[in-house]
Design a protein around this ligand. Structure first.
Ligand code: HEC
Length: 133
């Protein structure tokens, strides 16, 4: 019984310790958010906005507008899907192909950074309660 009670804490502990370990193990292939941040701010924020909400200074002039990268619609897409869009661009939109401008690794870095924006995204506090999900 005592062991069972301690199970959640144990799991949490191994989970906490596991994070840096897995991050190190897969770091080389899955992208470094810190490096991606620099790329994002230089190349993507102008359209996608500093927080990925699709509100960059260029956004009002584009049709279709750059979507919010922190939206549920984008968040649920797989790394492979989003990497393909980043590499090849999106037909009939302003989204450029980055494969000649950014290396494979840089595209992964920038995606890793976008994923951190999603993770820490909170809906704005001023939303009326019925619009919060
Ligand atoms: C000239 C403006 C512009 C720039 C610069 C730009 N994008 Fe986009 N992006 C768009 C538009 C427009 C779309 C299409 C609408 C949409 O799906 O959000 C798009 C779509 C995307 C999508 C697909 C979202 C989805 O849900 O399918 C990703 C991922 C993305 N951009 C990442 C990036 C990254 C990473 C960079 C920088 C390396 C970047 N974009 C730079 C305009 C831009």
């Amino acid at each position: 019984m005592r062991v069972l009670k301690a199970l959640p804490q144990l799991l949490l502990l191994t989970w906490c310790m596991g994070v840096p370990l897995t991050a190190m193990a897969v770091g080389a292939t899955s992208g470094v958010p810190e490096a991606g941040k620099l790329i994002y701010e230089q190349r993507c924020a102008v359209c996608h906005g500093p927080q990925g909400r699709g509100d960059g200074p260029e956004a009002p002039f584009l049709s279709p507008r750059p979507g919010s990268l922190v939206s549920a619609g984008t968040s649920v897409k797989s790394d492979a899907d989003l990497l393909a869009v980043i590499a090849n661009g999106k037909p009939r939109t302003a989204m450029p192909a980055w494969k000649d401008l950014l290396t494979d690794e840089q595209r992964r870095d920038v995606l890793a950074y976008i994923r951190t924006l999603i993770r820490f995204y909170k809906p704005p506090a001023q939303l009326p309660p019925n619009e919060q999900h």
